[in-house]
Design a protein around this ligand. Sequence first.
Ligand code: GDP
Ligand code: IMO
Ligand code: MG
Length: 456
Amino acid sequence: MPASGQQSPVSTNHVKPSCSAVVGLQWGDEGKGKVVDLLAPGHAAIVRYNGGANAGHSVVVGGKRFALHLVPSGVLRPGSRSIIGNGVVVDPEQLLKELTTLSEQGIDCSQVLVSDRAHVVMPYHKAEDAARERALAESLGISAVGTTGRGIGPAYAEKVQRSSAVRMGDLLRPDWLRERIRAALAFKRPVLERWAPDVTDALDEELLYETAIGWGEKLRDRIVDTTRLLHEHLDAGDRLLFEGANATLLDVDHGTYPFVTSSNASALGIAAGSGVPSQRIGRIVGIAKAYQTRVGAGPMPTELTDAIGDRIRERGREYGTTTGRPRRIGWLDLVALRYSTQLNGVTEIALTLLDVLGGLDELKLCTSYEINGERVSHFTPDACTLESVMPIYQTLPGFAEDLGECRSVDELPSAAKAYIARIEDAAGAPITMIGVGPDREQTILADQVSGVGSVG
Ligand code: GDP
Ligand code: IMO
Ligand code: MG
């Protein structure tokens, strides 16, 4: 307080919205990696805040494909830090493998850092993930979630359980680490012996301890208090870019539960998963495919199980980056898109994979649902309700042309412009980027797109 006893004016510098975020608006694989790579220049750090190695983000540069699972997609742009925040569950085995592969591909990984508070995915989490899925489907006859098998659910459960969880910082504290592993095994052993009798290594205390200590030795220099580091960047006036993993309709609170992942995969998870307050984020770029895909089980009102779906799957190479599973395909669901746009506070949309729809005679957009004979235009994330909705479509003319060479809105066929305009109108946010191919260069950018909403 100044000597006069009067309070000095409150500075608003500490909440200046200098950060941006990229978040998936559907069920994942919307092309977040490509957009993060495009936006990364000018940001001091690219930050993952949720999920784990269930994510598979592909970036194609000059025809060369990179697959990122834990390392933020900004790593391909030299000059920014790559931060794995506290909200991520980290499989150190996978992280080390990824760092090696990237380094072999000539990528500088020296600025990849991991939060000391991020939780570790242990081998028994992966074993439990697989065992639960198998037991649900085979022994109990209940629909499995169709997880990626990366141990995500059990690792987040352990985090919330507290007493037996291992955090990245614990890999550097031998006595503490041993205690945590011992506690975890006391509870895991009966479960895994019952549901996965073939699992042995994941229950071997000595082996687990030695393995974990080894991870700590290799990752020691990368394990830091990332929250403090991010605030130092903010204090220095730097810009940060948050990279969402998974997607809004897979968000554990706001997605199509229980067919979701185990973290807040929407933009709502950024603050808790990084330690950066939400007022700091002024730009939220929502990523939506020009159609719908989903991997794993759960409702998908616009799913196509016919030749059109197969055609889109092949043209879009719709096979999982993480598991290789064929993705389910559907027409774009505008009811779900509007829900995701509102929930995230999306300020702009990147519409990706538009080129994949080229060559179809007509395109359908789901504009509302029918539930028990009643027309509704709002999305319900409740899986049981969503399972029973009937999609109502608007049909638009298709475009025959190959869009791969288009670099401006003017070059797009008029049917494609009309399709984009209808999406923009329904979503309630401007479309500022359009993807016309996987390569970094195959993108139509903001200043060229503005005004497309008034076309057609
Ligand atoms: P993410 O998980 O959201 O990062 O998305 P994925 O990388 O799992 O899946 C998106 C796929 O589409 C990848 O194979 C990308 O290379 C590819 N891709 C991204 N944008 C476009 C686009 O505009 N057109 C085409 N044809 N492919 C794209
Ligand atoms: P990116 O970041 C697509 C899905 C799984 C499964 C459900 C739960 O590449 O968009 P989990 O292993 O998380 O417990 O699986 O969530 N899923 C994804 N689907 N893209 C992803 O990530 C996904 N991450 C999780 O297929 O249905
Ligand atoms: Mg993916």
